[in-house]
Design a protein around this ligand. Structure first.
Ligand SMILES: [Zn+2]
Length: 279
């Protein structure tokens, strides 16, 4: 596959694009069938407004140990996308598998952005530099646009440290779950729906959820931690005693399991401020 559409797709997404020479034909081999996008940092020198893309030549031409192109695009300090290749590039190495990205040849599976900042080199006494806001914003837009074009979703956006089998740390200082949430938002994917019912805090842990408002039925689930439950309604059932208290009201839950727990295990008054269940 050749992603000759990359310039148009990025431009349409509001990303500033510069094409670098013969980017359409620059290639590191034929095997290219991307399903995802991989984020890197270059770990070159510290970038700035005056020195926005020190790694550009290396990404185009490669290194003595690795021929170029080394990414499909380099993202400079200002968030400008420099398009280097519309074909396979040597950026990912072997993928160990991450999320929906399978194990295999990372350079076949993914489009790569080399985001030009120093990252965390404190381990070797080097500089520490975060991604610029302009780089982050442009990379989000570009990733959302490319995943939309590829027909995949935000879970196909990964960081090199997630797919690497050789201990890569890039991209430094980026929470990749937050990045994927931001990509999903940029793609207009719906956030998960709010559960039905009224949220209440659990008072006890290890509580069985029952199919009926009593302790006779086999549990449909067990709430291990005293988190939040969503109550649809309450109903009179078996009298339960716990911690010196007794109550015959049961809450019908929607989340985390569909079923009943005694009101004794929920913080609040004995009778919760919810509707009575309609039989
Ligand atoms: Zn990398």
């Amino acid at each position: 596959m050749q992603i000759s559409w990359l310039a148009d797709v990025l431009t349409a997404a509001g990303v500033e694009v510069v094409t670098e020479g013969d980017w359409l034909n620059r290639s590191a081999g034929a095997d290219f069938d991307p399903v995802g996008v991989l984020w890197h940092h270059t770990a070159a020198t510290v970038t700035s407004a005056d020195n926005p893309h020190p790694a550009l030549d290396i990404c185009i031409n490669g290194r003595s140990d690795l021929p170029g192109p080394l990414c499909q695009a380099l993202v400079d300090y200002h968030g400008v996308f420099h398009l280097i290749s519309a074909n396979r590039a040597n950026h990912a190495g072997k993928s160990g598998g991450s999320g929906p990205i399978p194990a295999g040849d990372g350079n076949t599976l993914m489009v790569g952005w080399e985001i030009d900042y120093a990252g965390d080199q404190s381990g070797t006494g080097g500089p520490e530099q975060e991604m610029s806001q302009a780089q982050y914003d442009a990379s989000l837009k570009a990733t959302a646009a490319v995943l939309t074009k590829l027909g995949t979703d935000a879970s196909y956006a990964r960081g090199h440290r997630e797919t690497s089998t050789s201990g890569k740390i890039d991209p430094s200082y980026i929470d990749l779950d937050s990045m994927r949430a931001d990509v999903a938002a940029a793609m207009g994917e719906d956030p998960p729906p709010e559960p039905e019912g009224t949220p209440f805090q659990m008072y006890a842990s290890g509580v069985n959820v029952r199919p009926t408002p009593d302790t006779t039925g086999a549990p449909v689930g067990n709430i291990a931690d005293p988190g939040t439950v969503y109550v649809l309604c309450q109903i009179e059932g078996e009298m339960v005693e716990y911690d010196g208290l007794s109550n015959n009201l049961w809450a019908k839950l929607s989340v985390p399991f569909e079923g009943y727990i005694s009101n004794l295990f929920i913080e609040g008054p004995a009778s919760l401020p919810v509707d009575a269940c309609q039989l």
